[in-house]
Design a protein. Structure first.
Length: 114
């Protein structure tokens, strides 16, 4: 089982980035997927989730700015991030549940400069 995240980088405040996470080794279309983030010195937190039925949920601070989506034909989950703020700076991880355990991708760093 592997989750490969990409798309992070350095962006100015107000800018946009799109993160991608390609999954392998799982029956992707049956899985809920999620993006988490961890800022320096802080605990990892849920940013957004999407169910196998495409229902979505978001952490309050990203509502209206971030959009999670999935393409089952590509085994990929996306996180479109608009109107980025310096406080969005973190390592972003995609995640799912496999064999009753939460598994993580390797993370991709997003840095938002003011």
């Amino acid at each position: 089982v592997q989750l490969q995240a990409s798309g992070g980088g350095l962006v100015q405040a107000g800018g946009s980035l799109r993160l991608s996470c390609v999954a392998s080794g799982i029956n992707f279309r049956t899985k809920g997927m999620a993006w988490y983030r961890q800022a320096p010195g802080k605990q990892r937190e849920l940013v957004a989730g999407i169910t196998s039925g495409h229902a979505t949920n978001y952490e309050d601070s990203v509502k209206g700015r971030f959009t999670i989506s999935r393409d089952n034909s590509q085994n990929t989950v996306y996180l479109q991030m608009n109107s980025l703020r310096p406080e969005d700076t973190a390592v972003y991880y995609c995640s799912t549940i496999f064999n009753w355990q939460r598994i993580w991708g390797q993370g991709t760093l997003v840095t938002v400069s003011s």
